[in-house]
Design a protein around this ligand. Structure first.
Ligand code: SF4
Ligand code: SF4
Length: 111
């Protein structure tokens, strides 16, 4: 008798959507950085962020109808959920940088 192959679950590993967002309690080890040139502005990542710190860029910055998103760096807890969601469901436009590298490159101190 032929065995039936289990269907591939593309959504395995995609986190649950967040109910009530929390808040940062300590300085994270990683920082989420959106590549605004690659981001499609689909906003799929926004409802997955556990601290609700992803927002759309001011549309006037690029003058396009669907702007990319950006992370409010001082609120990010470095959980990597947005990066996983973007990679898995959409476009792979978020990089997780080690905090020391982020602070050196962007010259933004995080507490
Ligand atoms: S899921 Fe990815 S492509 Fe979509 S808005 Fe978020 S960062 Fe941009
Ligand atoms: S890593 Fe992404 S999902 Fe996690 S807190 Fe930072 S912006 Fe939000």
């Amino acid at each position: 008798m032929a065995r039936t192959a289990k269907p591939y679950n593309h959504y395995k590993g995609v986190p649950e959507l967040v109910g009530d967002p929390g808040q940062k309690k300590k300085k994270p080890h990683l920082m989420a950085v959106v590549d605004e040139d690659s981001c499609t502005g689909c906003e799929v990542c926004i409802p997955f962020c556990p601290v609700d710190c992803i927002e759309t860029v001011d549309p006037e910055k690029y003058g396009i109808p669907i702007p990319p998103v950006q992370v409010r760096f001082d609120e990010c807890i470095g959980c990597q959920i947005c990066a996983r969601v973007c990679t898995k469901l959409t476009w792979d436009a978020i990089r997780m940088l080690p905090m020391a590298e982020f602070e050196a490159v962007y010259e933004i101190p995080i507490s």
